[in-house]
Ligand binder design. Structure first.
Ligand SMILES: Nc1nc2c(ncn2[C@@H]2O[C@H](COP(=O)(O)OP(=O)(O)O)[C@@H](O)[C@H]2O)c(=O)[nH]1
Ligand SMILES: [Mg+2]
Length: 260
């Protein structure tokens, strides 16, 4: 893809230990992009942000991506976490709309088109997030009961402490941003682990951006990188830091610096 080409859409896919799931999905993602009706002369880029593991994810993903110029597999170094990988991808993305999504396509590809349509119809909206708890969501295969309950508890904790009255599903791995919103959020975002979604939403609020949630289709995949107790404690610890982190980021990089 040439640097001068205008990019309408960036898909950012964080990946760790995904040798089984990412390589077969990459061609499907590239082919889906071909079906999108984008503005004349504009294109779509896919950035798979791979953190190193011993299962050959990077090599296999590169092989799978080779025939498709729009697919870029990024070696993001040693594992630091999903938040770090998403941030790296979002900072590199060039699309007018930038979406991050999971390598297992738990949120099926047609949701990309639906979210693009929502942005087109709602110029006032800066950020659109998937909400698996929305009453119109179509959950083909739900997360297991323990995960679901802990997820609900986590969202209640977030509502009670950081984002009052707001989102019922902060953790859905499908979130979309206009270019400027992505730039403003991810230049300030710091958390490397799974709590990064909360920081992203808190930054969006702190920056005065308009965020909307939409129902999504979701088909859970049992294979998960999330180790409940290990990551659960890390997420709680990070949650305690979100308010302070966001306040610090907004102080160090005040809104005026965005030029808007
Ligand atoms: N780069 C990177 N990606 C990660 C990490 N942990 C999870 N991911 C990716 O984040 C996405 C969601 O992970 P998954 O294990 O499916 O989580 P779940 O669906 O919430 O159980 C997948 O694309 C993973 O490969 C990590 O530590 N580093
Ligand atoms: Mg998953």
């Amino acid at each position: 893809m040439s640097l001068s080409e205008r990019v309408a859409l960036s898909l950012v896919i964080p990946a760790f230990r995904e040798a089984a799931r990412l390589p077969p999905n990459l061609p499907r993602i590239a082919e889906y992009c071909d079906t999108l009706v984008l503005p004349e002369g504009e294109t779509c880029e896919v950035l798979a942000v791979v953190e190193r593991s011993d299962d050959g994810t990077l090599e296999r993903a590169r092989e799978a991506a080779a025939p498709f110029p729009r697919l870029e597999v990024i070696d993001n170094g040693p594992q630091r976490g999903k938040g770090h990988a998403v941030r790296s991808g979002m900072r590199r993305a060039r699309g007018a709309i930038r979406i991050f999504m999971d390598a297992d396509l738990s949120t099926p590809l047609p949701e990309v088109g639906r979210f693009l349509g929502y942005f087109a119809a709602h110029p006032e909206v800066d950020v659109v997030i998937g909400n698996r708890r929305h009453r119109d969501s179509r959950i083909g295969r739900a997360q297991g009961p323990v995960r679901r309950h802990l997820g609900g508890l986590f969202s209640r904790l977030v509502r009670g402490s950081i984002l009052p009255g707001a989102w019922t599903d902060t953790q859905c791995g499908f979130k979309a941003f206009r270019a400027e919103a992505a730039q403003r959020i991810f230049s300030r975002q710091r958390l490397d682990g799974f709590s990064f979604d909360v920081e992203v939403l808190a930054l969006a609020a702190g920056l005065g951006l308009t965020t909307h949630d939409l129902p999504v289709e979701w088909r859970d995949d049992d294979a998960t990188r999330v180790r409940l107790w290990y990551h659960g404690w890390g997420m709680l610890r990070d949650l305690c830091r979100v308010r302070a982190l966001v306040a610090r980021s907004l102080k160090e990089q005040p809104l005026e610096k965005d030029g808007g």
